[in-house]
Ligand binder design. Structure first.
Ligand code: 2M8
Length: 420
């Protein structure tokens, strides 16, 4: 029988549905976001599979001709969000978008939806999305491995989805902000500034955005021109996982001609993920491709290794040791950043708070790799957080306080698909 929180979660998804696509939350994020929509589809799939497919289909309406799937789709202008379409100045038709991408979780969920109900009708929908997924994954492979090491490089912290992660501090410190245009933030009119990125971060975000805009968002020139170019273990591992699911989907759908190309991507990403092992931190961390400097602490990305199917036995043992140390210290798992690291801030966005969608991926990987105990700890903690603070955007790992936007779509979706 559905609990009252299930009903609330269901109503949040319905309430944030603007007609075939869903916004993350009203006010703060009034557009369709890339990885938010994918998790939202998982939530819809628990009560309306047709609507779940629709979410993914509308998301891919934003795909560029070069294969890139943007991080925001601006279907209609909303002055409550900054930076909007007039700042990005992209040329996608029939509606504008942002100029870079976000974590490529879509193939994972397309496989889930198809396997939930492998009818001829759902096979047709999966087959229609398949070439679009291929084009997006090919875009990452073509343009985002400038080091040739196999890891995925991002050109903006927003592309990582983990906007103000402490690991971006060093690469961001090299970004020249002297040429930025005057701008006015809108996020801090919706939520408290103390739980959002700082002004200095936003200045740097704007400088990077302007560098992409200056080259017309050309995929090669963007990488050459960006003052920020960092290999991200989270995107590397998510793309690896997504390619494994894409390969399995190709096999179920009988699309044999895609096999060799996807296998090639998988081999490269396995090498790339391995290259991000940081011996000093004993975890997979970021790498600044401009300065060579490695991320100095353990972020939640480190725990995605089982989800991606990477890590030697020693590396996975080190990951479990970090998990147990952090779990003993924090009341709730999994903080976005190590509470023992000086850059940790329990309420400031991606510098410490817990995100239900990241917990979902971590727990799913742990369960799949046979670690039922740690997986259940993450699930139960997520359940306690929502019971305590509702469907917040993110939560303090120390006392469970909710922060950011409320009635948040992906928190509700993950609740329905996994927690409850
Ligand atoms: C946050 O990012 C946006 C920019 O993309 C923002 O702060 O304006 C991040 O948490 C990101 O991962 C998420 O997709 C987005 C919408 O929930 O909000």
């Amino acid at each position: 029988m559905a609990s009252s929180l299930d009903t609330v979660a269901h109503d949040i998804l319905i309430g944030n549905d603007l007609g075939g696509y869903t916004i993350p939350t009203k006010g703060l994020y009034p557009y369709q976001w890339n990885w938010d929509s994918v998790f939202v589809a998982l939530g819809f799939a628990t009560f309306d599979l047709n609507r779940a497919w629709r979410e993914l289909e509308t998301l891919f309406e934003g795909q560029w001709t070069d294969g890139m799937l943007p991080h925001i789709l601006f279907r209609k202008n909303d002055p409550g969000y900054f930076p909007g379409p007039d700042v990005w100045k992209t040329t996608h038709e029939p509606f504008p978008t942002s100029g870079h991408s976000q974590p490529p979780v879509a193939a994972i969920v397309v496989r889930d939806l198809y396997e939930q109900s492998p009818t001829p009708e759902n096979a047709a929908r999966a087959k229609a999305l398949f070439p679009k997924l291929m084009a997006w994954h090919r875009w990452w492979a073509t343009y985002r491995d400038p080091s040739g090491e196999g890891s995925v490089a991002i050109i903006h912290p927003w592309e990582s989805g983990r906007d103000n992660l402490p690991d971006w501090d060093e690469p961001l410190s090299l970004v020249d902000t002297s040429g930025i245009e005057a701008y006015e933030r809108k996020d801090t009119t919706h939520v408290d500034a103390s739980v959002r990125p700082r002004k200095l971060d936003y200045d740097r975000y704007m400088a990077i955005l302007q560098s992409g805009r200056a080259v017309g968002w050309d995929p090669v020139k963007v990488v050459e021109n960006s003052p920020f170019l960092v290999a991200d273990p989270a995107i590397t591992m998510i793309l690896l996982r997504a390619n494994r699911d894409l390969l399995a989907l190709a096999a179920s759908l009988g699309i044999d001609e895609a096999k060799a190309e996807i296998e090639g991507w998988i081999a490269r990403l396995e090498k790339g993920a391995a290259s991000l092992w940081n011996e000093e931190v004993q975890a997979f961390t970021t790498k600044n491709l401009r300065s060579g400097v490695r991320g100095a602490g353990v972020s939640s990305a480190a725990f995605l290794a089982p989800f991606a199917g990477v890590g030697t036995p020693d590396q996975l043992a080190a990951m479990r040791a970090h998990f147990d140390r952090i779990a003993a210290k924090a009341t709730f798992t999994v903080p976005s950043y190590d509470p023992d690291y000086p850059g940790f801030e329990p309420m400031r966005y991606w510098r410490g708070p817990i995100w239900a969608v990241v917990n979902y991926m971590i727990a799913r990987g742990l369960a799949e790799s046979g670690d039922a105990e740690r997986s259940e700890r993450v699930r139960a903690d997520t359940e306690r957080l929502v019971a305590l603070s509702g469907f917040a955007e993110y939560f303090s790992p120390i006392d469970g306080t909710g922060a950011g936007g409320r009635s948040f779509s992906w928190t509700a979706a993950v609740w329905l698909a996994w927690v409850s």
